[in-house]
Design a protein around this ligand. Structure first.
Ligand code: Z5A
Length: 209
């Protein structure tokens, strides 16, 4: 039987990387071949774009350019990494995917979400995850986890992390609205609690998908 394509979504610090890695370990222990990738990223070109969108530039990308950069990175990872892995029958876990564009550039930055969906379809050739795990955390938990990581790594907020409180509130509401519109694809999981319990809920959602 072929593998599934699962995306992890949600506000910063929701635990996408942590819990995607834990799910990959569980699936591998069951004998499955699992590819873990991330967005933007996952190929040389897409990783270069990742650096560009996060950098503090004198001329930061205008919102339309930001959209096109994220979509260019997505087109590359879909064509060269995700689709080939699915064609080989592997499981693919992706840390962020299309819903991040709808939430950040749509709900967050105010670009029409329907237009974004059309542009995104072009980039992905219509590829949609079989299951999307939305790791939901309130903005205060997200802020605290990011601040903790910045303290631990002596780094400061990047351009997107530094966007204001109202942006982050719209973003979270956007993710929840996307999930409400497609309940059969999304599993919404409260990620503010015990990590082991979050992992358990994710495994349950995968089993039920
Ligand atoms: N972006 C966009 O605007 N449009 C798009 O189309 C796409 C992306 C694809 C990507 O950066 C940025 O690009 C992002 C969205 C934008 N904006 N920002 N900023 P990223 O993917 O590198 O950044 P991120 O998504 O914000 O990742 P993150 O901050 O690394 O968060 P995470 O992966 O969800 O969390 P984590 O690294 O697994 O965990 C964070 C900390 O919380 C860590 O210390 C964990 O140990 C801890 N943690 C995790 N889970 C728990 C639980 N359950 N309890 C307690 N502590 C936990």
């Amino acid at each position: 039987m072929g593998g599934k394509f699962i995306s992890f979504e949600g506000p910063e610090g929701g635990g996408k990387s942590t819990h995607a890695a834990a799910l990959a370990e569980t699936l591998r222990a069951e004998g499955k071949t699992v590819l873990v990738t991330r967005e933007p990223g996952g190929t040389r070109l897409a990783e270069l774009i990742r650096g560009l969108v996060r950098e503090e530039l004198d001329d930061p990308p205008v919102t339309r350019a930001e959209v096109l950069l994220f979509l260019a990175a997505r087109a590359q990872v879909v064509a060269n990494v995700i689709k080939p892995a699915l064609a080989r029958g592997e499981w693919v876990l992706c840390d962020r995917f299309s819903d991040s564009t709808f939430a950040y550039q749509g709900y967050g930055r105010g670009i029409d979400v329907q237009l974004l969906k059309e542009l995104n379809d072009f980039a992905t050739e219509g590829l949609v995850p079989d299951l999307t795990i939305l790791l939901d955390v309130p903005p205060e938990v997200s802020r605290e986890r990011i601040a903790e990581r910045q303290r631990a790594t002596s780094t400061s907020a990047d351009r997107i992390e530094a966007a204001g409180e109202a942006f982050h509130k719209r973003l979270r509401e956007g993710f929840l609205a996307l999930a409400k519109a497609e309940p059969e694809r999304f599993a919404v999981i409260d990620s503010s609690g015990d990590p082991a319990e979050v992992d358990r809920m994710i495994r349950e959602a995968v089993r039920g998908s």
